[in-house]
Design a protein around this ligand. Structure first.
Ligand code: PEP
Ligand code: MN
Length: 339
């Protein structure tokens, strides 16, 4: 339920409504607008006496939230969410690119790649330390040693870090090293993990599940937000379809659908989305043209010998060319690109 306060409601009246809601077991999310303040009351609506609340001093009206995602949707909050990572603003008028290898394999090449993606214009560095591989016999990542290498790369380049966390027990450790926690496609409905990252004051890059609908994806964001963490970046990374020419099918229409229904920023991952480095440039440009707030792209110094996702990884030189190709598309949609 949204409780709309009248334009002249006092601070005390707003606080009194919040207090009553909290006493009834609701979580409140108050948004102070230019003219009005609205209070989102999140909880079991059977416990909310609408008659009572509509007569409280300072209350103008009560509006039900129709969508199942209350905090992630646009009914309560219309303005776009800007996720801030240091001085990087995600979800605003600048297209942001995250780049780096699928997995951290060893220090020297990781740092060299970090330097190159930075030179090409990437603002954040990706790399997996805990890899959710399809086979238990494939490379599983360097775990904490990988996180240490990542922070070394941040020291050298100044790039902010994004890495995946796969286990609720590791969230504290991973959060102590990196700037954005990634929830992978396979864990999009790992509710225990979602709740755990919801308790940290760290932005979350939430990938869409392999077979998740957009509504299920937004409900996963809702799980994180319900715990208090509202700094979420959605990431379309391709879904399972009957098509076999590409590893997954990028649902480009998810971009305008998300923009219509949510205030959260949306990124596209053309690397996992296609499974082939050759298709990454076309899909990157399409994503930006369709309104994506940013891209996450796999870059490897030697894709042929990569321990994971080599076939979809760009060499640093190709990544640099791609950044130049994206620039005019960014400008065509009226956004900025600091490359
Ligand atoms: C990754 O980013 O390397 C990854 C495993 O992604 P996804 O969860 O989208 O498959
Ligand atoms: Mn990968």
């Amino acid at each position: 339920m949204i409780i709309v306060m009248s334009p002249n409601a006092t601070k005390e009246q707003i606080e009194s409504v919040e207090k009553k809601l909290t006493e009834l077991g609701f979580k409140t999310h108050t948004i102070v607008g230019e003219y009005k303040t609205v209070i989102g009351a999140i909880g079991d609506k059977r416990h909310l006496d609408t008659q009572f609340f509509s007569t409280l001093p300072g209350v103008e009206s009560l509006v039900p939230i129709m969508k199942p995602y209350k905090l992630a949707g646009k009914e309560l909050k219309k303005e776009p969410t800007i996720v801030e990572v240091g001085d990087i603003k995600i979800g605003g008028d600048e297209v942001i690119v995250i780049a780096g290898p699928c997995a951290i394999e060893e220090e020297k090449s990781f740092i060299e790649t970090a330097v190159k993606v930075k030179e090409a214009g990437a603002k954040l560095l990706r790399g997996g330390a805990f890899k959710p591989r399809t086979s238990p016999y494939s490379f599983q990542g360097l775990a904490e040693d990988g996180l240490k290498i990542m922070s070394e790369a941040r020291e050298v380049t100044g790039l902010k870090l994004v890495t995946e966390v796969v286990d609720p027990r590791d969230v504290e450790l991973v959060a102590s090293y990196v700037d954005i926690l990634q929830i992978g496609a396979r864990n999009m409905q790992n509710f225990r993990l979602l709740k755990e990252v919801g308790m940290y004051n760290k932005p979350v890059l939430l990938k869409r599940g392999l077979s998740a609908t957009i509504e299920e994806w937004l409900m996963a964001a809702e799980y994180i937000m319900a715990e208090g963490n509202h700094q979420i970046i959605l990431c379309e990374r391709g879904i399972r379809t009957f098509e076999t020419a590409t590893r997954n099918t990028i649902d480009m229409s998810a971009i305008p659908v998300i923009k219509e229904n949510s205030h959260l920023p949306i990124f596209v991952d053309p690397s996992h989305g296609t499974g082939s480095w050759k298709y990454v440039p076309a899909m990157s440009k399409a994503a930006v043209a369709a309104g994506a707030d940013g891209l996450i792209i796999e870059v490897h110094h030697d894709p042929a010998n990569a321990l994971s996702d080599g076939p979809q990884s760009l060499k640093p030189e190709k990544f640099s060319e791609l950044m130049q190709e994206i620039a005019p598309v960014v400008r065509a949609v009226g956004k900025k690109f600091n490359v």
